[in-house]
Design a protein around this ligand. Sequence first.
Ligand SMILES: *Cc1c(COP(=O)(O)O)cnc(C)c1O
Length: 399
Amino acid sequence: MEKNSGFATRQIHVGKVDIPGIAPLATPIFQTSTFEFDSTAQGARRFSGEENGYIYTRLGNPNIAKISEKLASLENAEAGMAMGSGMGAITTVMWTALHAGDHLLADDALYGCTFSYFTHGLTRYGVEVTLVNFEDLDAVKAAIRPNTKVFYFETPTNPNLKLIDIEAVAKLAHENCPDAKVIVDNTFATPYLQKPIELGADVVIHSATKYLNGHGDVIAGMAVGKADFITECSMFGLKDMTGAVLGPFEAYLIDRGLKTLDIRVQKHCDNAMKIARFLEGHPMVKRVIYPGLESHPRHELAKRQMKNGFGGIITFELNCDRERSAEFVNSLNLCTIAVSLGDAETLIEHPATMTHSTYTPEALEQAKIGESMLRLSVGLEDADDIIRDLDECLNRIEK
Ligand SMILES: *Cc1c(COP(=O)(O)O)cnc(C)c1O
């Protein structure tokens, strides 16, 4: 494969594992906890780093190495790593980047467990945490402290689909805090739509459970960034602090999912655009939030920052009370009531009582996460069928 190959070629070919004499097309699953040494001297050389080679799967495994190299290539980063869950990736990176006495500055709309880890977890270990709205650069600047070491955000945000200007935040952070890291959770966009490293971010995190795997059958997390920091995250954060190791079989499934990332995400985006327009035109729908709609407050930023499309997540509110809104969700047929996102199946959930139930009512209000918001993860079915399901159930509660 050429170095300057396109995205689709790289999502299929990067990280090929050569097995001389057998040459399988697909990488076999290296379902092993440990690797044999031919002598005590070789074992010592592997441990000292004098000789490259596998030792033990918590320290490295060919299936994990392959997807790590592949995602780094797709995100245009120097290096990557994989972990047992998205939360495993976030905790591994944060335990590596932060020390007691450091300050973490994060956006106020976060994945529910990330919110809980920052505000209830890290604070127990002497890390200062401030959440502000990262759309407001003056508020970010005003919240900077001499000990600010990490700027952390998602974009589009979960579940209210705010857009954060990655380039502007990275510039502000690096100008004011030269040794701080800008860390972006790119789960919602994927590198097919958005590459934070190219816009100045230092580290990109993924819940690979979502679009990267794409088939709703794996829990996994990944991170990419500069080689020296990723090595520290692997050899300290993952190896010693979290132990959040990804299984070789799960790594194999993610490798398989990544081969079709671009065509899957493109269809999620195309379907979502059609469904967002349909919802916007329905009298029972009070508000639709989707970065691809002209009505999105930061649609211009979306067009600049996201390529190829605006993602597969739509958030909307209905013109009715909570009870009838629940009736609507319960009556859906094709759309399945479930958390998670980025799967082939269309999924719908109620963030205030499900994914974001870790938030207090005050924190929900601060982050502008509405009590009545519904989050739709648009799947890969025919858009017309999803629209028919939504339409029938909206019409039923309208009566
Ligand atoms: C799901 C999710 C996570 C957590 O990932 P897990 O794989 O469930 O641990 C983190 N961030 C975002 C944006 C997510 O959607």
